[in-house]
Design a protein around this ligand. Structure first.
Ligand code: PHE
Ligand code: ZN
Length: 852
């Protein structure tokens, strides 16, 4: 996109000055918070001397500015202020400013804002400039000392607490950090506390701060934190580096959580959990996000990003680390399948449409629009490939070197690749394309067998993406195993390294033609194109030793079938049903794995696959076909379902561990199928008997899925009315299970509900986001889904542009669909662009989605 306001990686220059120390004093007040800043500044020796000092600042009322105690009159503009070189000493000096801000009116939830009476901050990426005048860029790292004056009993900031008195606290963070890691919290909060002894024997005070009444829902988050701290010591040799680690739960938050140094701030839904209020999925997400934010202390905070183009440096690596952690805590097989499902649902989708961008983009208008699945999830996949290529030892050496060499620095992707090159001797030039080139490679596979030699032929294709018509060959680690026709493995997993557009690999000395298991563990983020018969898929589902490819074989069977049902009106033959029945009954398989196998491909996944295969997806057809598949599976498994459900009952009280969660997942999958044949009898009983949220929501979902559950919905609401996080589920479920032609109407009705507090991002997402996630409802031919989502995004945009822009990605798949739908989406996007005062955030998204 060409835009005058675009920022380009190629334009990077170090900042004109260095900030050695920052002292901040806050006097908190909802409408007139005073912020005094005292910056120890000196010219940056890496830049030419005698430069002006440009500070970022937005929405700040400047009260006072002084250089070395001498007051200056400076007129701020829209985005900051400039102190002319003539007014600055050419050596070190002290810059003092005082500004006034109004946190109460801050609905964008960026900078200093209020959430139900408490003060909190969100500074990543560029929120600090809404707090004080400052060079708000990650390569400016400084030590911070913060004094907080306020009426609330709990006053927190980064680092160690060094002094306090009635109505004030003082904090010192000894580690230089960029401004985006600054945080401040003030509120009437209660702590759930614990102590952690580090590897070297230091005691760290751990606190999770929540509203009074929520103290009893912190135990799982605390347990997750302690396990994360241990794991990072054991696996990466990384120890925590302050005397205190605080986590605060807030109800109004644009994202999941934020890794501010020593003071992580979390969306409360990713902290608070009890068996009664949180599902197994909630517990799993809490564990993963607590770990993710904690791991940022080294990958993000101690080593940060030079500029925002390097965002994947911290996010890709930290996602990779949290995925490893979850695999270690739970199950690597299940975690890998879940991660790939997510990657395909979000990142492949993004890469296939107008928003496709590189893991390291080269330009942006609004950086908040680049906290994407590509930066996070593809960023993590790229690291997984690096590791497969250099091996576990090489990876460990490279990471040690990374921490050694770059601790305390703001680094780049070049630095990152260089440690791999230096630690392993491997040239990274070609691999680097994974960072600079967008798009999901397609990998065509064919094979032949001659005498005793089996050969796999690969051909890669790197599709054009916006602004990148031509690409080079990618380095692809392709993990392969070979099976004998009797099911024995003749070649255990071997990583083939593909570096050319076409390449073949031969395996000699084979008595019979083997069955190949290709791309085991999803060893590279590509779309595999390979003509495989249904028999061979069923064979791999039964015999593959690689759990990912075993699951993938069943998945492919289901997708092939559904595609043929939708495009050719094919009937459901016994092949897929028998294969599923065998998996469902196979007691040797992990229940969580079986539950994943029984899950039908999502409608959006089918639409994506059909589009890639050159078909125009029909949302109503996919919806209907998928329902028929579910019904057929239910009828086939019906006789065995009650027994399966009974055998998975968990005696004793609820525990959130992976084993118990996996059993519940399979039990609820079976209950859902049973509901399709028993009229909901078993699900109604399960709802009444449920003593935990997993089963409560699970049973309710079964009923909603078959058009029942009105009474249970009312009971659910009566019971949970005052619990915001639980009520988000109540809103979302009704929309998720609405019939496609009623989805917009159900959503519309819920927006009239007195508890539809649309300024709260969680609630907005649970209603409007649920509609955009309802494939057949959102894409309904009436256009009602598009219209309602567009209307609400436009309403949210003036208040909270960041969340409005992120949720506008609902529209990014429009080029897949037919001309009528395309016209409706374009019209909606054009209407947005024609709206007066549309935010830079949403403008950039709409422009990119419309294309040039
Ligand atoms: N850095 C946060 C994370 O990945 C995400 C975030 C970005 C949160 C921007 C708030 C604002 O954990
Ligand atoms: Zn992160």
């Amino acid at each position: 996109m060409t835009d005058a306001r675009a920022i380009h990686l190629a334009d990077y220059q170090p900042f004109s000055h260095l900030i050695e120390h920052v002292a901040l004093t806050f006097h908190l007040s909802p409408n007139a918070t005073r912020v005094q800043a005292r910056l120890a500044v000196r010219p940056n020796p890496a830049r030419e001397q005698g430069l002006d000092l440009r500070l970022d600042g937005e929405g700040l009322r400047l009260v006072r500015l002084a250089v070395d105690g001498r007051e200056l009159t400076v007129q701020p503009d829209e985005t900051g202020l400039t102190i002319r070189a003539a007014d600055l000493p050419d050596t070190a000096f002290v810059l003092e400013t005082e500004v006034e801000i109004a946190p109460e009116g801050n609905t964008a939830l960026e900078g200093l804002y209020m959430s139900r009476g408490m003060y909190c901050t969100q500074c990543e990426a560029e929120g600090f400039r809404k707090i004080t005048f400052y060079p708000d860029r990650p390569d400016v790292m400084a030590r911070f000392r913060v004094r907080v004056n306020g009426d609330h009993p709990v006053l927190l900031s980064n680092g160690n607490l060094v002094d306090q008195g009635p109505g004030w606290t003082e904090w010192d963070d000894p580690w230089p950090k960029p401004a985006y890691l600054f945080a401040l919290v003030a509120g009437d909060l209660r702590a759930h506390s614990a102590t952690f002894r580090t590897l070297s024997g230091r005691d760290v005070a751990l606190n999770i701060w929540v509203r009074p009444g929520d103290e009893g829902r912190c135990a799982y988050a605390m347990d997750s934190l302690i396990r994360s701290m241990k794991w990072d010591e054991q696996v990466y040799g990384r120890e925590y580096d302050l005397d205190i680690f605080n986590i605060v739960a807030v109800d109004d938050f644009n994202m999941g959580a934020m890794e501010n140094k020593g003071l992580n701030i979390f969306n409360s839904k990713f902290v608070l959990a009890s068996p009664e209020t949180a599902t197994d999925d909630d517990f799993a997400r809490i564990e993963a996000i607590i770990a993710h934010e904690y791991f940022h202390n080294w990958t993000g905070n101690r080593i940060t990003c030079r500029d925002w183009f390097q965002l994947c440096l911290k996010e890709g690596l930290t996602v990779y680390r949290d995925q490893q952690f979850t695999g270690d805590m739970r199950s690597h097989a299940v975690k890998r399948i879940e991660d790939v499902l997510m990657l395909r649902a979000r990142q492949f989708r993004e890469d296939q449409g107008p928003l496709s961008h590189a893991v390291r983009p080269e330009s942006y208008v609004e950086i908040n629009n680049f906290y994407t699945a590509t930066i996070y999830e593809k960023g993590a996949e790229v690291i997984g490939m690096l590791r497969r290529l250099v091996g576990d030892d090489g990876y460990a050496r490279a990471l040690d070197l990374y921490f050694d060499r770059h601790d305390g620095q703001a680094a780049t992707i070049e630095d990152w690749l260089c440690v791999f090159q230096d630690a392993t001797g491997r040239d990274m030039t070609q691999f680097k394309r994974w960072y600079s080139e967008a798009g999901t490679p397609r990998l065509k596979v064919s094979d032949d067998f001659n005498n005793d030699t089996y050969t796999l032929h690969f051909e890669q294709e790197n599709p054009a993406t916006p602004g990148q018509p031509v690409k080079g060959a990618k380095v692809l680690p392709i993990a392969v195993g070979l099976l004998n026709p009797n099911g024995d493995e003749v070649l255990p997993t071997t990583v083939l390294e593909m570096t050319h557009m076409r390449q073949s690999f031969a395996f000699e000395g084979l008595a019979t033609r083997p069955v190949a298991s290709v791309l085991r563990g999803f060893s590279a983020p590509v779309v595999l194109e390979r003509a495989v018969s249904a028999e061979e898929r069923a064979f791999l589902l039964a015999h593959d030793t690689d759990p990912f490819n075993k699951w993938e074989a069943g998945r492919a069977l289901a997708k092939d079938l559904l595609a043929r049902m939708v495009t050719e009106g094919a009937a459901i033959g016994p092949g897929w049903l028998e294969a599923m029945a065998r998996v469902a009954q196979d007691g040797s398989l992990d229940p969580a794995f079986r539950a994943l196998c029984l899950r039908l491909p999502s409608e959006d996944d089918m639409a994506q696959t059909q589009h890639a295969a050159g078909h125009v997806p029909d949302p109503a057809g996919i919806y209907a076909g998928r329902r028929r598949m579910g019904d057929a599976l239910a009828r086939r498994l019906a006789p065995d379902l009650p027994g399966l459900i009974a055998s998975l009952a968990e005696p004793g009280p609820f525990t959130p561990d992976a084993r118990a969660a996996g059993r519940r997942a399979l039990r609820l999958a079976a209950l859902s199928l049973l509901s399709r044949v028993d009229g909901g009898t078993a699900a109604r009983a399960a709802y009444r008997a449920a003593d935990n949220m997993t089963e409560e929501v699970g049973a309710l979902s079964c009923l909603l899925d078959i058009g029942q559950g009105a009474e249970e919905l009312a009971r659910f609401e009566a019971r949970w009315r005052s619990d915001r996080n639980v009520m988000d589920k109540w809103f979302a479920l009704q929309i998720a299970y609405a019939a496609p032609d009623r989805a917009a109407e159900v959503t519309q009705t819920l927006t009239q509900h007195p508890d539809f507090d649309w300024k709260n991002p969680n609630r907005f997402r649970s209603v409007i986001g649920a509609l955009s996630g309802h494939h057949a409802g959102f894409h309904h031919s009436s256009g009602a889904g598009y219209a309602l989502v567009a209307e609400w995004l436009l309403r949210l945009d003036p208040l909270n542009p960041q969340t409005a822009a992120r949720m506008s990605t609902a529209f990014d798949t429009w080029p897949r669909y037919d001309a009528d739908r395309q016209a409706m989406v374009r019209e909606a996007l054009q209407r947005m662009l024609a709206t007066d005062g549309l935010s830079r955030d949403l403008t950039e998204m709409a422009v990119r989605m419309l294309g040039d």
